[in-house]
Design a binder for this molecule. Structure first.
Ligand code: PLP
Length: 473
């Protein structure tokens, strides 16, 4: 299995060769040359599998340069009940991604039972173990540099803590994350984790990361790596839970299922698209956005119009606050028939702050099952309240975005599975506002805000971060 770039100008590479990098040299994103196909017999074989065996069955078709026995060991080490232990009552942690039935044909797929209470753990934990393995094989090390407004940074740190050959330098806006998110990250005392609180907003932190990454000499000397949302290893890990969710709510392979996905950078729902392309009987993929509705606009009009950061809203589902959807290019590559030249042409305007219009492809769009919708703060509050009242279940703001749009597309006889992308404990203030009471927090995280914190405060200064990296490597 080789991987090609969506812009068609980079050499095809194997999985291990693309794992540690970000964009392809031509500026595109990597995708498998062809999607492996699962037929009815495959689906029948997979139906009874536990999460680990299912993950191996799927990933071994996409990763062919890690010996099967090693890949199996990496997967078994990653998807353990003790790592995904923050289950709701009645759920079995052994399921790793259990479903929660709300009512007939309406389910949540619990993807947030991992260490940082957000679905990003599902992929990041695998990435941590893959990085350690591949770096050891190559005799290399890496310094991961990233910027976070909360979820990505904590998932990356919990996945990489204590991993040999890996250091993490994570920039976050000083005093801008929730107290819980700050405590999650800053209480880590591991020697290979460096928390840097940047005096500024998230974009300042992001700009520092970009500036360092654009300095090719520094990047090479200090082996700067990334684990951002375009990393193929993250996407591939996310394909697995669509299969898990499908089998959990169906009895036979003739049944179809709809998935509703709270979306920002299009990573999560892109994995759903890939699962569908591999033969999973998905009917609709419901893309749910918040007020930052660049994706909703595209799926309704065929116009992709990224917003500048000045037109990006800070919302109560902050992990979906994006100006452009980084992984969207992967889907467009499939939409235009894997024509890299066409993708180059479309992104020539996007990369210069423009937009593109592919309305003429709207009929083709429907063939891929995508539909979309968006919500605002009032919708989220109402959905959280109604979900509590109707089902006795407290959901977080991102999941609320997903559920709100799911209701707009529900069909009577098709199970609708809403991806639960974070637990409510992570967004206490919003839950307080909606319900007048704080969400339940896992007992092991009581008082996390009172633990000693390890972090460095820094001005939004490129020289300062370079100096810090140089001193700590
Ligand atoms: C990252 C995140 C999302 C958005 O996922 P994408 O893959 O960027 O579309 C949604 N909800 C939560 C809680 C997240 O952390």
């Amino acid at each position: 299995m080789k991987y090609v770039s969506t812009r068609g100008q980079s050499p095809a590479l194997s999985f291990s060769e693309i794992l540690l990098g970000g964009l392809a040299p031509d500026g595109g994103l990597y995708l498998p040359e062809t999607y492996p196909q699962f037929n009815d017999a495959d689906l029948t074989a997979m139906r009874g599998m536990n999460y680990r065996d299912l993950a191996f069955y799927i990933l071994s078709r996409l990763i062919d340069d890690i010996p099967a026995i090693d890949l199996k060991a990496i997967i078994n080490k990653t998807y353990r009940a003790d790592v995904y232990s923050f289950t709701r009552s009645g759920q079995n942690a052994e399921d790793i991604a259990p479903v929660l039935k709300l009512e007939n044909n309406l389910y949540l797929l619990s993807l947030s039972n991992g260490p940082t209470l957000a679905f990003k753990d599902m992929a990041m934990q695998l990435l941590g173990n893959l990085f350690e393995y591949v770096l050891a094989k190559k005799g290399e090390t890496t310094n991961i540099l990233g910027a976070t407004s909360g979820d990505t940074g904590s998932a990356a740190e919990y996945a990489m803590r204590g991993k040999k050959g890996v250091r993490v330098f994570m920039l976050s806006p000083h005093k801008k994350m929730s107290r819980f998110q700050t405590a999650q990250m800053f209480s880590l005392q591991d020697d290979n984790i460096f928390n840097i609180a940047v005096k500024g907003v998230f974009d300042d932190a992001q700009d520092m990361v970009k500036a360092v990454s654009n300095d090719a000499a520094f990047k090479a000397k200090y082996k700067i790596g990334a684990v951002n949302s375009i990393n193929w290893g993250r996407i591939v890990a996310q394909v697995v839970y669509y299969f898990k969710g499908y089998f959990a709510v169906t009895q036979n392979n003739a049944q179809k299922v709809d998935f509703a996905v709270p979306s920002g950078n299009f990573g999560n729902v892109c994995a759903g698209h890939i699962a569908r392309m591999m033969g999973l009987p998905i009917d609709k993929l419901v893309v749910a956005t918040n007020e930052n509705d660049v994706l909703d606009e595209f799926f309704k009009t065929g116009v992709y119009r990224p917003r500048g950061s000045a037109n990006t809203y800070h919302t109560s589902s902050p992990s979906m606050d994006i100006s452009k959807a980084s992984n969207f290019e992967r889907f467009v590559f499939d939409l235009v028939g894997k024509d890299g030249t066409k993708v180059c042409e479309l992104w020539a305007s996007v990369d210069n702050g423009g937009a593109f219009d592919i309305k003429y492809l709207m009929p083709k769009l429907a063939e891929f099952g995508f539909v979309s919708g968006s919500s605002n703060h009032a919708n989220r509050m109402q959905t959280i309240r109604e979900t509590k009242a109707r089902y006795g279940v407290v959901i977080d703001t991102h999941t609320a975005d997903g559920l709100k749009v799911a209701f707009e597309y529900r069909e009577k006889n098709t199970p609708m599975v809403v991806l639960e992308t974070a637990l409510p404990a992570k967004f206490e203030d919003a839950i307080m506002e909606a319900l007048g009471q704080a969400p339940e927090r896992p007992t092991s995280l009581y008082g996390i805000e009172n633990l000693p914190q390890k972090f460095t405060v820094m001005n939004a200064d490129i020289a300062a971060i370079k100096d810090f990296i140089a001193k700590n490597t």
